[in-house]
Design a protein around this ligand. Sequence first.
Ligand SMILES: Cc1cc2nc3c(=O)[nH]c(=O)nc-3n(C[C@H](O)[C@H](O)[C@H](O)COP(=O)(O)OP(=O)(O)OC[C@H]3O[C@@H](n4cnc5c(N)ncnc54)[C@H](O)[C@@H]3O)c2cc1C
Length: 532
Amino acid sequence: MQQKIQLRLQPNEAGNENIVREFIADTLGKSYNQISGYNILKKSIDARGRQIFINLTVNAFIDEPYQQREIHQLFLQDVSHSLHSVIIIGAGPAGLFAALSLIEKGIKPIILERGKDVKSRRRDLAVLNKEGIVNPESNYCFGEGGAGTYSDGKLFTRSSKRGNIDKALNTFVQFGAEEKILYDAHPHIGTNKLPQIITNMRKAIIDSGGEFLFGKKVIDFVIKENKITSVSTADGNSFSADSVILATGHSARDIFELFFNKNILIEAKPFALGVRVEHPQEIINQIQYHCSTEELEKKALPPASYSLVEQVDGKGVFSFCMCPGGIIAPAATNSGELVVNGWSPSKRNNPYANSGMVVQVEEKDAINYFNKIKNKNSYVKNNALLLMRFQQEIEKKCFAAGGGGFVAPAQRLADFTNGKISSSLPQCSYIPGLASVDMQNVLPGFVAERLKEAFKQFGKKMKGYYTNEAVIVATESRTSSPVRIPRDGETLLHPQIKNLYPCGEGAGYAGGIISAAMDGTKIAENIAAKFY
Ligand SMILES: Cc1cc2nc3c(=O)[nH]c(=O)nc-3n(C[C@H](O)[C@H](O)[C@H](O)COP(=O)(O)OP(=O)(O)OC[C@H]3O[C@@H](n4cnc5c(N)ncnc54)[C@H](O)[C@@H]3O)c2cc1C
């Protein structure tokens, strides 16, 4: 017999298989030996009270042999001689999952990726961090695996309506992720493990007969009778296929410019902008678990995280992409623009906790901003690129404020809210370095004022959060795409171009690794349904 039961355990009990079996036996009124094993279905931490509990939902095997969890694997066909082929622009999670799903359906993907493979990309990241030089084709956003490769690899998503989350997680396990991502309430993989998983996906795509091409920056399309007949790359090549999936991510500004210049329909899309805040991890552990970092291991607890949100003066201010035990990364794609983001290794064992802290930005905010700085050339009313230009403007301002070389403008948290320039800055994980500035002069006023108020409110929710031991670093600006590429709700096709599928985060249909992956799968399944 198998039975699903819920258990509430102390953290070190939950990590011990024998103890969990004892609890299962007690709960079911059975003997220990009658429980042959169990599979965890859900695991979450309840740290609301002074005592911390782990909530486990398990499937227990009683008086019958234990069976290991089944991993639902994609069955990849040989597509080398497929009658149908699809060009996928961009090898981020959306592009990779689209390719795998096309192969599952017997269709050949041709992936065109502007960047390099994960290994070569790592070298470019080292140069960026240590020498402050960015390669515009190979950085934290561009290259194999997209923006998701050198990330925290958090796989939590609220977008259950967008697709099958379990299928996406199982696919990550098929290509090398640990099984615990299937049941952790907030699963994550870690920067150290993601590159191998992405490499395994590429190998599977190539072994199945798909094409996977690096250094292929798409710069133009030939459009005839409302269809893309060929795709041109910067190295002078061109490619043709039945359909084109555009999965170029939120940082492919040249693609947005290309659409704009070719009069292909795109729209400005609200996004969020702010700073990355970093605390010593010790402070966050004390606030959330009432215990020191040293005690974590004894108590079998992971480094603590948080999620904060506040409405300030009619706008949402919220934490974004929180990385416990993480590093703040220079995530710009061009020189002269400063962008920060965060990542962490699988063990999340760095001494800092960082998180984006961002404010919603709408078109009217950008118009007011440009009006105030009297830079009316930078925007045209109703311009689809308005919010992208605003994003770029703030990134440039931050680069200049840091003094170059990706040194980031920064201020201690309480100093910022009190309008005081920090006389010194704390140690920070951001490798290119920090410059002490008055962030009020760097951030747009509507962002700075709301952040100040929100930080005070967050300090009330989490006692110890509002402290000068924390530092804010600017700017967190690539939270989502500032442009939407429209598509039909049913066919998923662009309204003007009858074989173009806008896909993933860049087109405005995803906000993270899993939702981008699910969007890639959804498009591939849609294409397959048309062919067969
Ligand atoms: C440092 C960092 C940490 C992050 N942490 C997390 C996290 O923990 N959890 C989470 O869910 N999300 C995280 N994100 C966000 C996540 O990575 C993205 O939401 C996700 O990768 C979007 O997937 P995508 O496939 O739509 O686009 P992308 O991943 O952006 O991929 C787009 C791809 O297209 C390529 N491309 C662009 N233009 C062209 C062109 N003209 N020709 C050819 N190729 C092109 C790019 O090189 C890139 O490989 C993080 C992002 C960063 C930068």
